[in-house]
Design a protein around this ligand. Structure first.
Ligand code: ZN
Length: 302
C-alpha cells in the first residue's frame, strides 16, 4: 500500500514564529495529495519537508483568513512552473470566490497547470473523497473530511475451505459469485467488510455541530487548538477551540487519533505539551501536538 500520512508544513495561528510557520498540511493518501490551508511560506515549507508540487491533487481552503490562504498564490504558480501534469482541484467557501481569484492571479505568470476551481456550494457538500462541513468562525469556514469507501477483506481460511484459489478469487471479487464443483460461492461467504479510513480537518471554529459531523469516527482528526483552556473566553470571542474543546470534540466524535495544531503565538514553544495534556484530560485516544515538519502516519486500519 502506498503512503498514508499527514505532513505538517506549519502549525502557527495568526502570526508565524521562529518555530512555527503559518498553517499548511499535506495529506498523502495513496495517489492523492491534499494540501490543506496553505498559509504564507507554504511553498518553502514544502521544499524543506520534501513535498513536490507534483504530489498535489487537491487544495482545500477552510476560510479566507491570511494564515490559511496567503500561500495559495505561490503554490498555484509553482504548479505551473513545474508544469504539473495532473489537474489540481481547489475547494474553498464559494462566498470567497473573489479572494480565490485574486490569490490565483495576484502577479503575472505563465499558467500551464490545470487548476480546477470547485468551490464548496452548500453545507455537507461532497466532491469525490472530500466532503465539507460548516464551522462557526467569524467568516464562512468549512471543515473537510477525506473518506475512503469501505472495501472487502478476503478471509484466507474460508477461501481455502471453499476450495477457492488463484484466478477464481479474482473472478469472485469481480463478479460477486463463482461456481466451484457445482456449488455457488458468494463473495460475502468468504470475505468481510473492510472499513475505509477517514481523516478530518477542523480549523478555525467554536465548538459546533458541523465540527462533530466532520470528525465523526475519524481515524485521524487534525483540529485547531489556538488557545489553552484558561483562555476559553478569548476562544469564544475570536471563534476558536481551546485544547479542551478539541479533546472534547475528538471524544464525542469517537476519533482514534487527534493532532492538535494552529497554536497562538502567545504560548511559549517549550510549553506546547500542555495543549496535549489538557486535551488528554477529556479524550483518551492518541494525541499528538503538532510541530512543523512532523510526519504523522494514519493509525493502522481497524
Ligand atoms: Zn487561523
Amino acid at each position: 500500500m502506498s503512503r498514508r500520512e499527514l505532513v505538517v508544513l506549519g502549525s502557527a495561528s495568526q502570526t508565524p514564529t521562529r518555530h512555527r510557520n503559518h498553517n499548511g498540511y499535506l495529506l498523502r493518501f495513496d495517489t492523492d495529495g491534499v494540501l490543506f490551508d496553505p498559509g504564507e511560506g507554504t511553498q518553502r515549507q514544502m521544499t524543506h519537508a520534501g513535498v513536490a508540487a507534483a504530489e498535489l491533487t487537491r487544495i482545500c481552503i477552510t476560510h479566507f483568513h491570511g494564515d490559511h490562504s496567503l500561500g495559495l498564490s505561490a503554490v498555484l504558480q509553482r504548479l505551473s512552473l513545474d508544469a504539473v501534469p495532473r489537474p489540481v482541484r481547489c475547494h474553498y467557501p464559494a462566498s470567497g470566490q473573489e479572494f480565490f481569484e485574486r490569490l490565483r492571479y495576484s502577479t503575472v505568470y505563465h499558467e500551464r497547470a490545470t487548476v480546477v476551481p470547485a468551490p464548496v456550494l452548500a453545507d455537507d457538500w461532497t466532491d469525490g473523497p472530500i466532503s465539507a462541513h460548516p464551522l462557526d468562525h467569524r467568516i464562512d469556514c468549512f471543515g473537510y473530511r477525506y473518506t475512503e469507501p469501505d472495501g472487502v477483506r478476503m478471509l484466507p481460511d474460508r477461501l481455502a475451505a471453499a476450495g477457492l484459489h488463484g484466478p477464481a478469487i479474482s473472478r469472485l471479487q469481480r463478479e460477486g459469485s463463482v461456481l466451484v464443483d457445482g456449488r455457488v460461492i458468494r463473495l460475502d461467504e468468504v470475505s468481510e467488510r473492510r472499513p475505509g479510513q477517514t481523516v478530518a480537518f477542523v480549523m478555525d471554529t467554536r465548538p459546533c455541530p458541523g465540527a462533530l459531523t466532520c470528525a465523526r469516527d475519524a481515524d485521524l482528526l487534525v483540529a485547531e487548538s489556538t488557545f489553552r483552556a484558561a483562555d476559553a473566553d478569548l476562544a469564544t470571542r475570536y471563534g476558536h477551540l481551546t485544547s479542551t474543546d478539541a479533546g472534547r470534540l475528538a471524544a464525542e466524535a469517537g476519533v482514534r487519533k487527534l493532532v492538535l495544531t494552529h497554536f497562538s503565538q502567545r504560548y511559549p514553544y517549550e510549553d506546547a505539551d500542555a495543549f496535549g495534556e489538557e486535551a488528554a484530560a477529556v479524550f483518551d485516544g492518541e494525541i499528538q501536538v503538532a510541530r512543523d515538519f512532523d510526519v504523522i502516519p494514519l493509525p493502522r486500519r481497524r
